[in-house]
Design a protein around this ligand. Structure first.
Ligand code: TNX
Length: 540
């Protein structure tokens, strides 16, 4: 029935509640926005007015309320012939109760125009529910392929439907810079465009010869942030430094080590053009992060910090001189120095740093949030050192990985990450004490878009695996894949009604194939060695 699975559902005796002409929504002022959202969501398919107002007759009302004695984000939903009530521990809890209410209705409720001959009935149930983790995230990489604003808003709707609450936007990379920064206009006028894109993942993959680009204006981003907030989704920005920065260097060559004019990258993989660490470059980024902090009100500010090759710094006399002046012995220390300069600024403004687990290799403030991606061992290490952790191990939640062993998977990369394997993701690695485990504040699915050039393709890779990960992050208790599969079958009818082009159980539909575009599949046996090299720092 419900997905993600709630803590408990009990069917009660009566016939349930029928949403009809006389149904109204009751809500105190503090949850009025959620009442309006529920009304706006129910109206198109039902064609019903659903006025918001005082309860005249409880048997015809959907009553929303907050009970501050209940845990944060939890809710209790009671439906039956006597009416519907949704009581949340806070407004977010009420919102999640409303999401469950929608799932108790026929799937056609997710359509956008009146559907005839449907009884809008809600079974008589008592649902008690509370999320397992506070951070239930999805990373959307809008840098490798620009995802237009409209599609980001649709993605936020889909997240809310699955009770996910963190949208980590990967805004910058070697292949593109996607957010307007008023002070440095070339970041988008130059950095948001590339001449062509690599087709596929093989070392000798050809290019498509077609320009690609796009960016969000600051007005667009304010709209995305506000739209997400109304759905209890916090947008967490990531501006990746000091690696993954070639688009910025293409726009402002003085940020680079060589000073040479470079192009926004047209191929995938890790670029060796990284930022220099001049004070002027630090200042440039402090200015960028000031605008970022204006736009994104949440507590966490992402600085990336992953995969920064050191060869340019090693070969550059000026960088070596800077290291000596700053009393730094190694390039790794220089990388930490750079991140700390930004971190000090971000913290002075009351925010917390968020970055990939490479940050653990140097000194970072204790309140830094670590995105543990290079396997569970990094999550363990971070939690033992006392850092809060977002669990996102590469072999469980990287939704760019192929979904089966079939060579037909469109651009098959890395190891297979099947739906079942994603569902088996456990955010809290074994071996942690209770106190250490409390540092795992949640997890997220990472949707890297090298091989996803539109929202259609993002949907193919994200769904239904994101449904599985949403359940892992929300639901408590034993996991049962068969039970999940049964509920998923019903849930896919909802995604059909929304119009999500998820991956079918049997694999890609003919138009989802990418004939002739070669991937880079990796067997499980080779994979372990790759991760070992990655973690030991041998690769970058
Ligand atoms: C690693 S995870 C990356 C991304 C790529 C991804 C492809 C991480 C911090 N870096 O830049 O897009 O692999 O799977």
């Amino acid at each position: 029935m419900l997905l993600p699975r709630p803590a408990s559902v009990a069917r009660t005796g009566d016939d349930g509640f029928l949403v009809g002409e006389s149904t109204h929504i009751c809500a105190p002022a503090e949850v009025l926005p959620t009442a309006q959202h529920l009304q706006a969501t129910l109206r198109p398919a039902t064609g019903l007015p659903l006025p918001i107002g005082e309860a005249t007759d409880p048997t015809s009302s959907i009553a929303l309320s907050v009970d501050a004695d209940l845990p944060a984000a939890s809710y209790r939903l009671v439906s039956g012939a006597q009416g519907v009530s949704i009581t949340g521990g806070d407004p977010a809890g009420v919102f999640y109760g409303c999401q469950s209410l929608l799932q108790l209705l026929p799937a056609a409720v997710f359509r956008q125009a009146p559907v005839k001959d449907v009884r809008w009935s809600i079974p008589a149930v008592v649902v008690e529910d509370v999320p397992r983790f506070a951070w239930r995230g999805a990373l959307l990489d809008v840098a490798r392929h620009f995802i237009p604003k409209h599609d980001v808003l649709r993605f936020v709707d889909l997240m809310a439907m699955h009770k996910l609450n963190i949208l980590h936007l990967h805004l910058t990379d070697d292949q593109g810079w996607r957010l307007e920064i008023r002070r440095y206009p070339k970041l988008v006028s130059t950095g948001a465009w590339r001449s062509e894109s690599q087709l596929g993942a093989a070392p000798d993959s050809p290019s498509d010869g077609r320009p690609h680009g796009g960016f969000y204006t600051q007005d667009d981003m304010r709209e995305i942030v506000g739209y997400a907030a109304a759905r209890f989704v916090t947008v967490v920005p990531e501006v990746d430094v000091p690696g993954h920065s070639k688009a910025a260097i293409a726009a402002y060559p003085e940020l680079g080590v060589t000073g040479r004019q470079v192009e926004v990258s047209t191929h995938w993989g890790v670029e060796h053009d990284v930022l220099n660490t001049e004070d002027s470059t630090v200042q440039f980024y402090l200015d960028v992060f000031d605008e970022i902090m204006e736009l994104f009100p949440g507590p966490f500010i992402g600085v990336g910090g992953d995969e920064c090759p050191k060869d340019q710094w090693q070969a550059d006399p000026r960088t070596q001189q800077l290291m000596r002046e700053r009393g730094l012995d190694t390039e790794a220390e220089l990388e930490s120095w750079f991140i700390s300069r930004i971190g000090t600024h971000v913290r002075a403004l009351g925010r917390r740093l968020y970055g990939w687990d490479e940050l653990l290799d140097g000194p970072v403030p204790k309140d830094t949030l670590i995105g543990a991606w290079r396997g569970a061992a990094r999550a363990v290490e971070a939690a033992r050192k006392g850092f809060d952790v977002v669990s996102c191990p590469v072999d469980r939640v990287y939704l760019d990985f192929r979904q089966s062993e079939s060579p037909d998977e469109p651009v098959p990369v890395a190891i297979p990450l099947t739906l079942e394997r994603a569902y088996a993701f456990e955010p809290v690695p074994a071996g942690l004490t209770t106190d250490e485990a409390a540092h795992i504040i949640g997890g997220q699915a990472n949707i890297w878009t090298e091989h996803m050039d539109s929202a259609r393709v993002v949907h193919y890779f994200a769904f239904p695996r994101l449904c599985a990960i949403a359940e892992v992050l929300w639901s408590t208790g034993e996991r049962d894949y068969d039970d999940f599969s049964d509920r998923l079958r019903e849930h896919l009818r909802r995604l059909d009604a929304v119009g999500v082009e998820y991956r079918r159980e049997g694999g890609p539909l003919p138009w989802q194939l990418r004939p002739g575009v070669r991937g880079r599949p990796v067997a499980f046996a080779e994979w372990e060695a790759f991760i070992r090299d990655l973690v030991s720092g041998k690769l970058y």
